[in-house]
Design a protein around this ligand. Structure first.
Ligand code: SF4
Length: 732
């Protein structure tokens, strides 16, 4: 047996280390063929040998339904035709030049993915923001972590989760809000749960409208009404202030904005907060007492906080509690966002959102733009100062004709964006859509003019950064399938053909990485001491400056241990936000709140896990969770079909009755698109109203009406997608 290949799970942001072991099997003609098995990597500090079902089955979907070669069609009504890479690249170059000449660079848009390796992200930034001069690069992190990014920047001066997974085992109070960690970040939860079980003094508070498996493990579950997180957080702050449980020296020496914060918080007495949140005063006081008595409070949050029209304010309200109590920059304590995607963190480091530049730089900052222009050897002023289009603004641009070329890579927006009817209509209007993806079909491939086959995990080399800022090398260990190419190599080749050969000399992902990390030198996310070669010895956390001694294998653990923050005055900033509640609250016509989320075995839009037998068997179909009281009012019984209507669209689900959801709120999983179920898209109903700071849409809540159905019928499925699913899947 050969040595195992060490790599990282390509699913969630926990970032579990995997070992892939080669054995040999027999091919159809009895020939020896390599077979791969996966197991947890015991030497990886983040996961310590653990993995969940997604990691354990990751190899099962690698070779299924792959896009094998480039294909093109003149319009969405035509079938695709196979073309060569050379032809495909020439078409892209012609289209980009045509659009730039006729409409300007602002008509070019690229929408990337937290599934990219950092090298993909970096090359795309250089091509788009640098060489082409448009900041219209956004990624699906916009739907995932952008509120955490803006919250960290505004409160602490920089993006970057301050904590490390070791804190899961050092805390004496875990405060989980807006996160179903047990199902969505299972190995983080395993570590926390073990610590909680083994240490009776450790308290776990879970804030969630649903009694999730996470909430079931808690000492205190606060089932607040959706949209009342800030009420709760300000209410806890009110009590801590009233009881004098503040770290006055920390506030005085290391923060600003306390007085304005205290002025807002005084409007959140327990009776008011408990009523708004739908919890008892006693439970609210218990939560505050746990905070009061804890030496080390660790707050964990995820999409229940970030996917909100006040997402940044919610993140900052969490951070306020840590500043109030001095619970930051020390073991077992701090605000800790749990990243959704495997490399959304690497995307942030590489500047992979429409308002960022590499190295945690901001497009709005003239010095940051100048630094990047100089490094990229571009003329001063080449990088535009205005933030580019967010993905939703790209959709709006397609509607108006302002966007003429839309390049989508490694993501499936026809399932994951809000208000899907509008998204589909906009994509139908797109003059030219490029779709770069490993799999075919996906729901989005039905809306593309040009398909580009991309390599994926196991076939490409690159780095990914997990939630605790730990960078792991993911080496290629098997050849690409078909004619698939690495995403970074496609971007670099387009750059060369557009006349920027000097800017894209890369022959390998290691060369891309070596250039990228130079741009992080001296920045908060300093990765300049990290290289592909060094990562072969094991993963590394940043900050990891070049001057860090090579003997130190892991120089960083947690941020802000010196209580100095990267703000102009080195102080963290309190925020002072009143709660605004949901952007679309229930009303007489749409009286229920629809929320959505992941289930344990599935990942995002099922592109991989829908093609994995074990995870598909675990979760064979979508469903709607409803409280028995609401079900009785609608005369619904277990398994009855119910139509869900919002102002934007509809879907149909069998009902699952559970007391584990707040009355008035219903839940559906987010995963099922048109390829996998009839009329079960969660985002058919959601709306695009977004946080004004992070521009992250409020995917987590919208107002709906529920109508019991006599029978279930498929609706709204495009004929192309239906043909893929009903007939045996077309392979190319
Ligand atoms: Fe992969 Fe996340 Fe599961 Fe770890 S917890 S094995 S990273 S999906």
């Amino acid at each position: 047996m050969t040595m195992p290949v060490k790599t990282l799970c390509p699913y969630c942001g926990v970032g579990c280390g995997l070992e892939v072991i080669q054995t040999s099997g027999q091919g159809a003609q009895g020939e020896a063929v390599p077979l791969w098995k996966v197991r947890g990597d015991r030497t990886h500090p983040s996961s310590q040998g653990m993995m969940c079902v997604k990691g354990a089955t990751v190899l099962d979907s690698i070779a299924k339904d792959r896009l094998l070669y480039p294909m093109v069609r003149p319009s969405l009504d035509h079938p695709f035709e196979r073309i060569s890479w050379d032809t495909a690249l020439n078409i892209i170059v012609e289209q980009i030049q045509r659009v730039r000449d006729t409409h300007g660079a602002d008509a070019l848009c690229m929408y990337g993915s937290g599934q990219f390796v950092t090298e993909d992200y970096y090359t795309a930034q250089k091509l788009w923001k640098g060489c082409l001069g448009t900041n219209n690069f956004d990624a699906n992190s916009r739907l995932c972590m952008s509120s955490a990014v803006s919250g960290y920047i505004q409160s602490l001066g920089s993006d970057g989760p301050p904590c490390t997974y070791e804190d899961l085992e050092l805390t004496d109070c875990a405060f989980l809000i807006g996160t179903n960690t047990a199902e969505c970040h299972p190995i983080v939860f395993n570590r926390l749960r073990k610590h909680h079980k083994n240490n009776p003094a450790v308290q776990m508070i879970v804030v969630d409208p649903r009694e999730t498996p996470t909430a079931q493990a808690a000492d205190l579950h606060l089932a607040i009404h959706p949209g009342t997180d800030i009420d709760l957080l300000n209410g806890i702050a009110y009590l801590l202030l009233a009881w004098g449980k503040c770290d006055r020296p920390f506030i005085a020496n290391h923060t600003t904005g306390f007085d304005a914060f205290a002025e807002v918080v005084r409007h959140y007495p327990p009776e008011v907060v408990a009523k708004r949140c739908g919890i008892s005063v006693s439970d609210l006081e218990t939560a505050a007492r746990i905070w009061e008595g804890a030496e080390r409070v660790l707050s964990l949050w995820s999409m229940g906080i970030n996917q909100s029209s006040e997402g940044t304010a919610k993140v900052r309200a969490i951070i306020n509690l840590h500043l109030l109590t001095g619970q930051i920059g020390k073991p077992g304590a701090g605000p800790f966002s749990l990243t959704g995607q495997p490399n959304a963190m690497g995307g942030r480091e590489a500047g992979g959102l429409s308002h960022l530049l590499p190295g945690y730089r901001s497009l709005k900052n003239p010095q940051h733009r100048a630094e990047v222009e100089q490094f990229w050897q571009l003329p001063p002023g080449q990088i535009a100062p205005e933030p580019g289009r967010t993905v939703w603004e790209m959709i709006q641009g397609l509607e108006t004709g302002a966007v003429q070329l839309f390049w989508i890579a490694a993501t499936n927006p026809i399932v994951s964006l809000p208000d899907l009817a509008r998204v589909k209509a906009a994509l139908r209007q797109s003059p030219f859509t490029i779709y770069q993806e490993a799999y075919y079909p996906t729901e989005t491939s039905a809306y593309a003019h040009l398909l580009l086959p991309a390599t994926q995990w196991s076939e490409k080399t690159g780095t990914m950064t997990n939630s605790e800022r730990r960078v792991t090398l993911c080496p290629a260990f098997q050849p690409p399938i078909g004619e698939a190419r690495e995403d970074w190599a496609i971007f670099a080749e387009v750059g060369r053909r557009l006349g920027f050969a000097d800017h894209f000399p890369f022959q390998s992902a290691a060369e891309v990485h070596a250039e990228f990390v130079q741009l992080t030198q001296g920045r908060p996310c300093d990765l300049s001491g990290i290289s592909h070669q060094r990562l072969q010895q094991g993963p590394l956390q940043w900050p990891c400056p070049a001057e860090a001694p090579a003997s130190v294998s892991d120089p960083a653990k947690r941020l802000y241990t010196d209580r100095q923050f990267p703000t102009p005055d080195s102080r963290a900033q309190f925020s002072a936000y009143h709660s605004r509640g949901l952007s679309e609250p229930p009303n007489p016509d749409y009286p229920y709140i629809l929320t959505n989320g992941r289930v344990y075995g599935h990942w995002h839009t099922l592109t991989r896990t829908g093609r994995t037998a074990k995870t598909s068997q675990m979760h064979p179909h979508p469903f709607l969770e409803i409280h028995p009281r609401d079900a009785a009012a609608l005369n619904l019984e277990e398994g009855d079909w119910v139509a869900v209507h919002s102002q934007r669209g509809s879907a149909q689900f069998p009902a699952t009755l559970t007391r584990g959801i707040t009355p008035g709120t219903v839940f559906v999983p987010m995963h099922w698109g048109e390829l996998w179920a009839d009329a079960a898209e969660a985002n058919a109903m959601t709306h695009p109203h977004a946080c004004p700071d992070s521009r992250q849409p409020e995917l987590k809540a919208c107002a709906v009406q529920l109508v019991p159905l006599a029978e279930h019928s498929a609706q709204g499925m495009s004929s192309e997608v239906r043909s893929h699913r009903v007939a045996p899947k077309e392979r190319v």
